[in-house]
Design a protein around this ligand. Structure first.
Ligand code: SF4
Length: 149
């Protein structure tokens, strides 16, 4: 029988009207941060919400509801990493959730769209070494990034 897994997704409120198409597709295709789940694993989204808008007040509460609904991991949507600018509170949010709720946080959901990838390269956004860790789960080949433009 396939392994069962439930996850929660927190998106940046700048994209609060996003219908989630890229995240849901990436989960289905096991791309971006969802590469880590086996193809045959039964992965269900137990919660999907925004941070509540800067400074992210909903991060204090949303994980609890997701966990009550079975979430074992919280993913920060890729928008937190690729927005202009990326969320300045992302490390704090991760530390807070892991300390307060005892579950892991993964930075990222769908692959970085190529247009964001190229512009951030130009801007030098990700030159600081801290970004290697933050973007670790979003290492996808160019053709995959292009497919998420
Ligand atoms: S930048 Fe960060 S705190 Fe502000 S809306 Fe986006 S995720 Fe929330």
């Amino acid at each position: 029988m396939a392994e069962k897994m439930r996850i929660g997704i927190i998106i940046c409120d700048r994209y609060r009207h996003c219908a989630g198409g890229k995240c849901f597709r990436a989960l289905r295709e096991r791309e971006g941060a969802f590469k880590s789940y086996a193809k045959d694993a039964d992965v269900e989204i137990a919660g999907y919400t925004s941070c509540g808008g800067c400074p992210g007040g909903n991060v204090e509460y949303a994980p609890e509801e997701m966990i009550r609904n079975g979430a074992e991991v919280i993913h920060f949507a890729t928008g937190l990493l690729v927005g202009y600018p990326p969320c300045p509170r992302i490390d704090h949010f991760k530390d807070y959730i892991e300390a307060a709720f005892g579950i892991p946080v993964v930075m990222g959901t769908h692959p970085v769209p190529e247009k964001y990838y190229r512009l951030h390269q130009k801007l030098g956004t990700w030159e600081d070494n801290k970004w290697n860790k933050r973007l670790a789960s979003l290492q996808d080949p160019e053709e995959v990034r292009k497919a998420y433009n």
